[in-house]
Design a protein around this ligand. Structure first.
Ligand SMILES: Cc1ncc(COP(=O)(O)O)c(C=O)c1O
Length: 442
């Protein structure tokens, strides 16, 4: 059986058999502590009975009805719940099957908004270097993930990028965090003016950068200034919370921690916790009003929009999170985990930075702690680390190209919201074994 095009042509991953809370078991019975939720997806672990039952019930009631003909109770309830928890300007939800689709939807909604309000000349998106907004041609093109883009550059739309807000490397000596936040955000204004404000549709950014840089929260005040700039030039602000949202950072929506209201928010991953494939694009009343009082029709659509089984799963996931106050656990266990890592590795010569929010933690590796010099790109630390971790029975999400798409290495830690003290202890033990094993390859 070798007809799957796996992620790597020369190796197949182990075969999964079943899940047990925060553990995954392969067909040989080996247990893996899942400390990254795959890619920050699994927020309820792998065997939540309430969610499984909700999916089974939905299959018995009605597995599928096309949205050109019907709506469903579970889709309506899910949308209501998502809007209730969102910033007050958010009014409507468009339910899709993943993160890239959610961002494609966001880009098309934003474009259509300007067509509806008679500014059809607006056609450009601004994003940040070292960002990731999806793997479709457009979301990949407008984003800043260089290694993912390389092969496809000639067929991608042009990107208009500003530097990320990355205090560990870009905050100057003697500069306060607030001053750095303003300086960094002001690069958006510079880019808007360079492109001509009348041509710019929107700015898209991850409130906490995920896999491309290894969890980078913004400097204080950054997004407040970004919102001001967008308002000043009539540019829409799109928050990509696909990885950092839905409780991962300690609040349902991460933008609320930064005190800003985006025009569009995209979510996925933790929305369905991996129980079903789902993403969503949330839009403001302003955008919805422009469409409903204009053409009255969002020129978009996919076959599996608001799929009932998918919506039933996501609704149950979100209800489970609330019923068990799991976001409180995210904050408590997140604090314990980051403090434990900072204390264990305070003097480690190859750990430059440990950062994060809630149960979303990034570790940046360096060759030299004082100068912050990264390891050579020829040392595949991320590959060695993942291999050593899997051997030790631990799932983490390491990456390379942290700094500029080529230099730097990091690991992303994003366990389930049901992580308990004993899981933190087990994580620390196994991570240390994996780290030592990987660094020996240097
Ligand atoms: C911030 C962000 N946006 C978009 C995506 C794309 O989501 P998907 O892989 O579900 O298409 C991802 C996936 O990792 C992501 O982290």
């Amino acid at each position: 059986m070798n007809h799957i095009l796996h992620r790597h042509s020369h190796s197949a991953p182990p075969e999964i058999a079943r899940g047990d809370g925060v553990y995954l078991l392969d067909t040989h019975g080996k247990r893996y502590l899942d400390a990254c939720g795959g890619a920050a997806v699994s927020c309820l672990g792998h065997s939540n009975q309430v969610v499984k039952d909700a999916i089974k019930k939905q299959i018995d009631d009605i597995p599928f009805a096309h949205t050109a003909f019907f709506t469903s109770g579970v889709a309506e309830q899910l949308a209501e719940k998502l809007v209730q928890d969102a910033p007050p300007n958010i009014d409507k939800v468009y339910l899709v099957t993943g993160g890239s689709e959610a961002n494609e939807t966001a880009l098309k909604l934003a474009r259509q908004y300007f067509v509806e309000i008679d500014e059809p000349q607006r056609k450009l998106f601004i994003a940040r270097e070292q960002s990731y907004h999806g793997n479709t041609i457009t979301t990949l093109g407008i984003g800043g993930n260089e290694w993912r883009k390389q092969t496809f550059k000639p067929i991608l739309p042009a990107a208009h990028l500003i530097p990320p807000c990355y205090a560990y490397r870009h905050q100057a000596d003697g500069e306060t965090e607030q001053a750095y936040a303003q300086r960094s955000a002001n690069q958006l204004e510079k880019k808007i003016l360079e492109l001509g404000a009348e041509n710019v549709i929107g700015f898209i950014a991850e409130p906490v950068v995920g896999a491309t840089m290894g969890v980078v929260p913004p400097a204080e005040g950054y997004f407040k200034r970004i919102r001001e700039i967008c308002d000043q030039y009539g540019v829409l602000l799109i928050a990509d919370e696909i990885m950092c949202g839905m409780g991962r950072c300690g609040t349902k929506y991460t933008c609320t921690q930064e005190n800003f209201s985006p025009d569009i928010i995209t979510i996925a991953k933790g929305l369905g916790g991996g129980y079903q494939p789902i993403g969503a694009t949330l839009l403001s009343k302003k955008i919805n009003d422009a469409i409903s009082s204009g053409s009255g029709f969002f020129q978009h659509g996919h076959t599996y929009l608001a799929h009932p089984c998918v919506c039933a799963a996501a609704l149950a996931v979100q209800q489970e999170i609330d019923a068990h106050s799991l976001i409180d656990n995210v904050n408590q266990q997140g604090n314990k985990l980051i403090e434990a890592l900072r204390s264990v590795y305070a003097a480690h010569p190859n750990i430059g930075d440990i950062r994060g929010r809630g149960l979303f933690i990034g570790i940046e590796f360096v060759e030299d702690k004082i100068s912050k010099k990264p390891f050579s790109p020829s040392f595949a630390l991320h590959t060695h680390l993942k291999k050593a971790a899997m051997e030790a029975g631990l799932m983490i999400y390491p990456g390379a190209g942290t700094i500029d798409g080529r230099h730097g290495h990091h690991a992303l830690i994003a366990p389930s919201f049901i992580f308990e003290d004993q899981h933190i202890d087990e994580f620390l033990e196994k991570f240390d074994v994996a780290l030592n094993g990987a660094l020996k390859q240097a």
